[in-house]
Design a protein around this ligand. Structure first.
Ligand code: NAP
Length: 316
């Protein structure tokens, strides 16, 4: 049997890592094998991956020794953190540092770090166009990831920094689907003016990551941004209207109004949208649709994704 290169996939039971794990497992001739990292190897999602042919191993991002064991003998690793589980940027940065150190200690040949911009490079803390959050962040779930890039870079790892985009799935799971206003209209409301936001189906992030591992040397030491489309709020609303067969309108909120919506993370997301809005050109330029399609020829447009997923969008 051909010797396969093992990719240790952090978050394999989740959305981004799951997309990568399935992309590898669906391509048995591709020369790669999946080692799925999880805190709970007996969970249904982990067992499902085992059934599909993944090696499932126990590891915890807060436990450096478990990461060294899980990365040992692998060719590469996909590294992702889940800010929304704990809302702690410091913990997210520490988890990334643990992954970088483990990757270095076992000598991995290719690491992908799923990151986002450190927005403080554009909006320093003293710039009060948006509030500073948690003492030293503007967009905590972005800044913590961007800050952690240096652990991978300073270790001299063969790393690809993967800039991800707004998941289309946010319309299903993240409470961002259309809401009915008192006058009966369906509305999506984001603070992004008439600027465009890069978006992608989360499964396609994993497929792009697979394309990066397959291309190997071309993307080591590079930053790669992925997106399926760059869409304005009005364009998203128009696509939702076509898919749902009923009019959805886009309402451009003020960032401050979004920050004050009161749900957990509203301030962080309000700042994020404001950053995306004010620096839309940089944000979109960093995420090439063309390159994403080259990495993943089955990349879904928002319309195509909606056709498959419209029945899963809750209308509040
Ligand atoms: N929503 C968006 O539009 C968007 C866009 C770009 C980036 N992001 C970022 O995406 C990240 C989340 O990725 P996702 O959507 O793929 O997550 P997800 O579907 O919620 O899954 C989280 C995964 O992380 C694993 N995990 C979490 N904590 C762990 C720990 N301590 N040790 C080991 N594994 C751990 C979980 O594994 P087990 O539970 O099996 O251990 C699970 O597989 C967030 O940081 C977010 O900021 C989101």
């Amino acid at each position: 049997m051909q010797h396969k290169r093992i990719v240790a996939v952090v978050g394999a039971t989740g959305a981004q890592g799951g997309g990568l794990a399935r992309a590898i497992l669906n391509d048995p001739e591709g020369g790669f094998a999946v080692r799925a990292l999880t805190r709970k190897p007996s969970s249904p999602k982990a067992q499902e991956l085992a059934q599909l042919g993944a090696e499932v191993v126990q590891a915890d991002l807060d436990d450096p020794a478990s990461l060294r064991r899980a990365f040992d003998g692998a060719y590469g690793a996909f590294c992702v953190t889940n800010f929304w589980e704990h809302f702690s940027p410091q913990r997210e940065t520490a988890q990334a540092a643990n992954m970088a150190a483990a990757a270095k200690s076992v000598g991995l040949h290719h690491v992908i770090w799923s990151t986002l911009e450190d927005t403080r490079r554009w909006i320093p803390l003293e710039d009060n166009r948006m509030p500073t959050l948690m003492g030293k962040y503007k967009v905590p779930h972005f800044d913590a990831k961007g800050e952690a890039d240096r652990f991978f870079l300073e270790a001299g790892l063969p790393v690809t920094l993967l800039l991800t985009s707004f998941y289309f799935e946010n319309f299903i799971y993240f409470g961002m689907g259309p809401r009915r206003t008192p006058n009966g209209k369906l509305v999506i409301a984001f603070p992004m003016g008439s600027e465009k936001l890069p978006g992608i189906a989360v499964e396609d992030i994993g497929k792009c990551a697979y394309g990066i591992f397959r291309s190997g040397a071309e993307f080591k030491g590079k930053t790669v941004g992925v997106a399926a489309e760059h869409l304005s709020g009005a364009e998203m609303a128009a696509a939702l209207s076509r898919a749902l067969g009923t009019e959805v309108v886009y309402e451009a909120l003020e960032p401050e109004a979004y920050r004050n919506l009161g749900f957990p993370g509203a301030q962080d997301l309000g700042n994020m949208f404001q950053f995306n809005w004010e620096f839309a050109e940089d944000f979109c330029k960093a995420r090439s649709i063309e390159l994403s399609r080259r990495l993943n020829p089955s990349l879904q447009t928002f319309d195509a994704w909606l056709e498959l997923n419209k029945s899963r969008i809750p209308i509040a």
